[in-house]
Design a protein around this ligand. Structure first.
Ligand SMILES: Cc1cc2nc3c(=O)[nH]c(=O)nc-3n(C[C@H](O)[C@H](O)[C@H](O)COP(=O)(O)OP(=O)(O)OC[C@H]3O[C@@H](n4cnc5c(N)ncnc54)[C@H](O)[C@@H]3O)c2cc1C
Length: 281
């Protein structure tokens, strides 16, 4: 049975209308790296395995969920992650964690795939730069499946590299009858990936410097009738603000037609995306 069949929806979520399927229990999984490879020079794919995946993983189709990944301390190598006890979740120290999108789940091999942007700073990026098979991580969650609406004729998915795993999943998992436009801002031509899916795809790579996501969005011709359009946007928090305003004010999209999520903030380590301010005018 897929997660979509489970009648445990609650809502609304903070975008107003989308449905969140809260999971009964937050699972803590101690995992190790099975293998890794570079998809592009700045993008590393890490496949995780472990006993804690043998009983499955709550993967929901067309729901680009994220997990909370706990990393070893970069100097001591000690990995601190909370454990569930009868008195609640406890940690023996200060955990270091970041959020990552579930890029893929292989139910036959019990493997979970995460894609890491190698941006050159930060605990997570540095861990991914030097990752080796056998390295350990703790992965908590997801706490909910974020179910995107499946009945829209048109989807627009836009973002930077950090949103690429989610956008790739939207492309791969959108219904075959739909039309998906993807606008993805990357460092340059070497960062382009092969992305395909069953829907009709209109894919635009935007090379940072000469272009920006906002310019790409403004250059895009929206459908004449935007009523059937659903938009997913994620990436650097400040870059998303004019994008959200354009979607709401210029294109006239309603709150329930858009998800805009700040995945990171320039100059801020360990940015909490729950602090992304919805500039809702
Ligand atoms: C729901 C969600 C899903 C996400 N999914 C993914 C994913 O699948 N893959 C992925 O790579 N990231 C993803 N991210 C973004 C990732 O969590 C952040 O980029 C995080 O800050 C990386 O941690 P770090 O330890 O490398 O850097 P931090 O210690 O958090 O930050 C150190 C410095 O690096 C800067 N920085 C952080 N990220 C970037 C970046 N991408 N480019 C340039 N500078 C940066 C910060 O502004 C800061 O100055 C996701 C975030 C959220 C909220």
């Amino acid at each position: 049975m897929s997660m979509r069949d489970l009648p445990r929806f609650s809502g609304p979520n903070r975008t107003g209308e989308l449905r969140l399927n809260y999971l009964d229990r937050l699972a803590r999984r101690e995992l190790r790296v099975a293998r890794c490879h570079d998809v592009t020079p700045r993008y590393r794919r890490v496949v995780l395995t472990g006993e804690d995946l043998q009983t499955g993983f709550p993967y929901a189709v067309f729901a680009p969920d994220h997990v909370r990944v706990f990393f070893p301390h970069p100097e001591t190598g000690v990995l601190v992650a909370p454990r569930e006890t009868p008195d609640g979740w406890v940690s023996d120290g200060e955990p270091i964690h970041r959020d990552y999108t579930v890029r893929a789940w292989d139910p036959a091999r019990h493997e979970l795939t995460l894609d890491f942007v190698l941006h050159g700073h930060g605990v997570a990026s540095r861990w991914a730069e030097s990752v080796q098979p056998g390295d350990q991580l703790v992965v908590n969650g997801p706490s909910a499946n974020w179910l995107l609406p499946e009945d829209c004729p048109r989807y627009l998915a836009l973002g930077d590299e950090t949103a690429l795993p989610a956008i790739a999943r939207i492309i791969e998992e959108a219904p075959a009858t739909a039309h998906v436009t993807a606008l993805i801002e990357i460092a340059g031509p070497a960062e382009e990936q092969d992305l395909t899916g069953p829907a009709t795809l209109d894919l635009h790579w935007i090379h940072r410097g000469p272009g920006s996501l906002e310019q790409g969005l403004r250059a895009w011709t929206p459908p004449v009738d935007v009523a059937g359009l659903f938009v997913f946007a994620a990436g650097e928090t400040n870059a998303l603000k004019p994008i959200r305003r354009y979607l709401r004010n210029d294109l006239g999209l309603t709150r329930d037609q858009i998800v805009v999520d700040g995945y990171w903030k320039r100059g801020v380590a360990d940015f909490d995306h729950h602090n992304y301010e919805l500039d809702d005018n």
